[in-house]
Design a protein around this ligand. Sequence first.
Ligand SMILES: *Cc1c(COP(=O)(O)O)cnc(C)c1O
Length: 423
Amino acid sequence: MDHFGYRNGEMYAEEVPLREIADAVGTPFYCYSSATLERHYQVFTEAFAKQGLDLLLCYAVKANTNQAVIGTLAARGSGADVVSEGELRRALKAGVPAEKIVYSGVAKTAREMAFALESGIYQFNVESVPELHQLSQVASEMGQEAAIAFRINPDVDAKTHAKISTGKSENKFGVPWVHARDIYAEAARLPGIRVVGLDVHIGSQLTQLEPFREAFERVAGLIEQLRADGHEISRLDLGGGLGIPYDPTDPEPPSPDAYAAMVKEVVGHLGCRIIIEPGRLLVGNAGILVSRVIYVKEGEERKFLIIDAAMNDLVRPSMYDAYHEIVPVLETDEMPEPCDVVGPVCETGDTFARARPIPPLGSGDLLAIRSAGAYGAVMSSTYNTRLLVPEVLVKDGKFAVIRPRQSYEQLIGLDQLPDWLAQ
Ligand SMILES: *Cc1c(COP(=O)(O)O)cnc(C)c1O
């Protein structure tokens, strides 16, 4: 559920007509709804509270790193899951307390580890033995102890798109679950390391509970073994990955309530503090990308709606074959006609939808690409020397630009000519 809908014949974000924002900032732009972000956070945390589970929700900021988005969730009590020093700096700056930040990722460098230790983060999710040794060395040199969980690769099929599956043995993520006992034993012997938990994250946009259940059962058995081996495992990080509805004709993904009930059933008896790292679920449907039609082109075989947003602004359709609902901003009851919705970039992959039934639109008309709040703006680029687009946040009948449109000066001005060309 989100707060983008038609009123008086046009689409609003909460109490604000999109037309008004488009007039103020131009197109394309991303628009996020505070009420939707807050609601998603509340639904998720309440689902766990109902099960009596001790929960730390760490928003996976990589889904949308705008500080205003992180800050909206942090104000509700959210922690953060970060995967780079840059994300850690952003989360801290946006007001997430260090003691609610977990640090994931396969390639943390010594410098990044030192910065995270200095900041006093809650936990490192360690993904390999070489990383463990590096962290032990950095922490010991600083006279500190790093609280760690190992990210376990449980070798289960998440049944999602191959590019966002992370829990099979052939994926680069985590330590193989079959070697976990040896690796924990090694960690227990190292200086600067305090073993506190276990972590698992099997992929993104999961639309069924079964792969989660399979992974969590495996992990629960492992925790019992590790405890029998003498390790103190008090935190269980279950990662993110719960999917959202993109296509309204698809079956609904499992609800946060069903997810939390399954967590309670499978791992509740362990008495661990549960950490979850949802990204997409919190922000995906809290954002849209608003664009304007440039031309309508009648091709030989089909009709093309050429819009001012492109794959550099929202790469998910070309990168993951992702479906995004596309709707006109002005409500209409005209019959939809199949068309290809394409952007200006010189790539055939710059296509948002193929043969999609959309009501007739003309040059200058506004449209909204829905469910674009996660892995949208953060994955954008300036390919074709296109400017990064503005991000706008709506709250209580107001809107604010939370990142302005880049200027040509900022973009082109970054190039530097070597002295032999600078004459
Ligand atoms: C990407 C990621 C997440 C968030 O995944 P969503 O599908 O957006 O919920 C959580 N944890 C880790 C380690 C990740 O890499």
